[in-house]
Design a protein around this ligand. Structure first.
Ligand SMILES: NC(=O)c1ccc[n+]([C@@H]2O[C@H](COP(=O)([O-])OP(=O)(O)OC[C@H]3O[C@@H](n4cnc5c(N)ncnc54)[C@H](O)[C@@H]3O)[C@@H](O)[C@H]2O)c1
Ligand SMILES: [Zn+2]
Length: 405
């Protein structure tokens, strides 16, 4: 038996934001990030639509990128004060993820962060509020997923909260919001979406319901991401849909160790002045993990299907996998994403001298590898890595060495 869960309603296409007018309720709290939604006028429009729907509106703003446990607790307090019956989360993956975690704490004020992180252990929500998510980046697909990623900065670790309880009730996928993304964000979030689709397709939890979504998303991202990055707004709109399809796939088929490694390296070197941005981490690690997972026969065949669907050519499974790896590395080049941590600059661009010093990486490697193995995404990876293998794999991701084990 398997479960397949998506939001009850998904509004998509230009102008879909206006559907906020159709929500029924008394009080809406809008959760947003830094300033982009305000700057580009989407926050004002959302407020206006909700008021037209007869709701009292309050805004919780300032949710940072890679949101912290503290921000979640602060937002939940604001919700407890205002008592919304709708939570409207708008922006990138960060504010939407934070709002999902705030929602849990709002409904269950005594729950601890540790309790929230119990995989598929969230108690029943919707006793106080329903949840509407409106993405402004084209990657995380958190508007349709059962996940929220919160960072514990004391530990330097990202924790996934995973439960279908936090799958939003309504998603509004309006490409207008994605038009204002800077190029770098298009690149990172786009490769995040590609990773979601590929990991979902080879996940041990893949099924007939998730495969078509994953494959179609892969083909769309192959056809549209680079053009979107170069400013083609019709492709930008297509990418907004593609990332959402990838999200529908991975929310139900789960992910793999590319994400485990990205979660556990993302904030691990924050004391050296930068994060390894989620999408960039995925883009660098994905080709390495494909080579590692391809030692599993079933996964290898599935990667070969992906290569076929992408029309990459090749006569054997091995050759098709090699072509897939090369194609993905070529996408990174076109999107100005480095191939390894050693060459990852503090500004996320390729550089000779990355911000993560070699000695610091090696010193922290055993702990990071252990944490990556323990990540919630590891269980559905087609090949289970040992501590030694995970360390070797992470080293290949640091030095851009070939994976031959
Ligand atoms: N919940 C999930 O299923 C899931 C999946 C993958 C990743 N994540 C998490 O999501 C987070 C990353 O989210 P993200 O990549 O969407 O980025 P983000 O939300 O962190 O936003 C990055 C920056 O882009 C700006 N921004 C957002 N939309 C914009 C727009 N349209 N125009 C201009 N600027 C804009 C934001 O203000 C912010 O400064 C990470 O914490 C990651 O771990 C969650
Ligand atoms: Zn991701």
């Amino acid at each position: 038996m398997a479960r397949f869960t998506l939001p009850r309603d998904l509004y998509h296409g230009k102008g879909a934001l206006e559907q906020l007018k159709s929500l029924e309720g008394k009080k809406a709290m809008i959760c947003v990030g830094g300033s982009s939604m305000q700057k580009f006028g989407f926050l004002d429009r959302a407020e206006q639509y909700l008021k037209e729907a007869g709701m009292e509106v309050e805004v919780f703003s300032g949710i940072e990128s890679d949101p912290s446990v503290e921000t979640v607790m602060k937002g939940a307090e604001a919700m407890l004060k205002f008592q919304p019956d709708w939570i409207i989360a708008m922006g990138g993956g960060s504010p939407i993820d934070a709002a999902k975690a705030m929602w849990i704490k709002y409904e269950y004020p005594d729950i601890t962060f540790e309790e929230m992180c119990k995989v598929f252990g969230i108690p029943k929500l919707r006793r106080k509020a329903h949840f509407c998510a409106i993405p402004s980046t084209s990657g995380t697909a958190t508007e349709v997923t059962a996940f929220s990623i919160i960072t514990d900065y004391n530990k330097g670790i990202k924790y996934p909260i995973a439960d279908f309880e936090i799958t939003p009730d309504v998603a509004i996928v309006d490409p207008d919001l994605a038009e204002t993304m800077p190029k770098k964000l298009v690149a990172h979030t786009g490769m995040d979406a590609m990773t979601h689709a590929i990991e979902a397709y080879v996940s041990t939890a893949n099924c007939n319901y998730t495969d078509p979504l994953a494959i179609f998303a892969i083909r769309m991202i192959q056809s549209d991401l680079v053009d979107s990055y170069n400013g083609d707004m019709s492709k930008r709109a297509a990418m907004h849909d593609a990332q959402c399809l990838a999200g529908m796939a991975f929310s139900n088929a789960l992910l793999g160790i590319v994400h485990s490694m990205a979660h556990k390296t993302g904030a691990a070197f924050a004391d050296y002045g930068a994060h390894i941005i989620h999408g960039a981490a995925n883009a660098m690690y994905l080709p390495k993990v494909i080579a590692f997972n391809a030692k599993d026969e079933t996964a290898a065949k599935r990667y070969a299907v992906i290569a076929d669907e992408m029309k990459l050519g090749g006569n054997s499974v091995e050759e098709k996998i090699r072509l897939l790896i090369n194609y993905l590395r070529g996408m990174n080049d076109k999107l100005n994403i480095p191939h390894c941590i050693k060459n990852y600059g503090a500004d996320s661009y390729p550089t000779e001298n990355g911000f993560v010093p070699e000695n610091v990486f090696l010193e922290r490697l055993p702990e990071i590898a252990k944490n990556a193995i323990g990540d919630a995404c590891t269980g559905s990876n087609p090949r289970q890595p040992s501590q030694e293998e995970m360390e070797k794999l992470l080293k290949c991701c640091y030095y851009d060495e070939e994976v031959d084990f």
